[in-house]
Design a protein around this ligand. Structure first.
Ligand code: SF4
Ligand code: SF4
Length: 299
């Protein structure tokens, strides 16, 4: 079983489209039992592209203080230690602002009268769907929830316990370099970094590359929207050759664009399109790296 993380420094590079299409190639085109894990907990949309309905399987919960007013002496100690000002003393009342609470539990430990007890609040959900040889696990944060890394980590832990029947697990991470993303990259065997040929895309690629390089997994850079007019091609190609990074270029053709607008997958709708062929090349490159790391006994 091989775990492949698909990640990108900035939003809008087409990371989810690539993760979904790789999953479809591995499962429906090549017949491997595949699990797609969507960790883009603020905006999960893999299941929309796949046209599957999810069922809720787990409520992700976090600490929330429950205040016993009879024991509270209004000393204010908890308000001083609360890092997000979710506890506020106003006149003779201690107010708890739930939306600001990050569940660190500092208030629980500093209260001198044990007036704070451990409560739980729902911060998100883990959902599942199955579609033939392709299953999906999706993490979703409650709207406005700040603890998205916790929802990501719980979803990842849940998925990692279910690896047994799968040949491939594809993890679609959100953009950025947060703690939850780092955990997902560490859990992977191969990392696909998705970028676009713009100055901003290159800057974000460099930032994410500096994080992933330290993890020590093989990296494939996928340059999406290749051919976009006015792109920073020279700088991007210089960077790829300087770092000796294997790369695949996915052209921004009309088929890919049309599929994206319709919420469909190009590999299923237009398998002969140049973008679909490049996605097949990307999957081949993943397989080549897989063979290499298997030979080294790392898989
Ligand atoms: S759990 Fe942490 S963030 Fe929430 S109220 Fe207590 S101290 Fe503040
Ligand atoms: S630390 Fe405890 S006693 Fe003091 S204000 Fe907070 S809840 Fe009340």
């Amino acid at each position: 079983m091989t775990i492949i993380a698909v990640s990108g420094g900035k939003g809008g590079t087409g990371k989810t489209t690539i993760a979904v299409n790789i999953s479809l190639i591995l499962s429906r085109v090549r017949g491997h039992k595949t699990l797609l894990v969507d960790l883009d907990v603020d905006n999960p949309c893999t299941y929309t592209l796949l046209g599957v309905s999810l069922r809720e399987v787990v409520h992700v919960k976090s600490f929330k203080p429950e205040i016993d007013e009879l024991k509270c002496t209004l000393c204010g100690e908890c308000t001083r230690y609360c890092p997000t000002h979710a506890l506020v003393l106003i006149a003779d009342k201690l107010l708890f602002l739930s939306s600001l609470c990050e569940g660190c539990a500092a208030c629980l430990y500093v209260c001198p009268t044990s007036a704070i007890k451990e409560g739980r609040k729902v911060i998100g959900w883990i959902k599942e769907a199955g579609k033939g040889v392709l299953d999906v696990i999706v993490g979703e944060a409650k709207p406005g929830e700040r603890k998205t890394d916790d929802v990501m980590e719980e979803t990842l832990k849940y998925a990692l316990k279910k690896l047994q029947p799968y040949d491939y697990v594809i993890i679609d991470t959100p953009p950025g370099t947060s703690r939850g993303i780092y955990e997902a990259l560490k859990a992977s065997d191969i990392i696909v970094l998705v970028t676009e040929p713009t100055r901003l895309g290159l800057a974000d690629l460099k930032r994410l590359y500096s994080l992933t390089r330290g993890i020590g997994r093989p990296i494939i850079v996928t340059v999406n929207k290749y051919g976009l007019k006015g792109g920073s091609y020279r700088e991007l190609e210089d960077f790829l050759s300087r770092e000796d990074l294997p790369s695949v270029f996915i052209p921004y053709d009309n088929s890919l664009l049309r599929s994206y607008i319709r919420g469909e997958c190009v590999i299923e709708q237009q398998p002969q399109a140049p973008s679909a062929q490049s996605l097949l090349q990307l999957t081949d490159k993943i397989n080549e790296i897989e063979i290499k790391i298997k030979k080294k006994g790392l898989l």
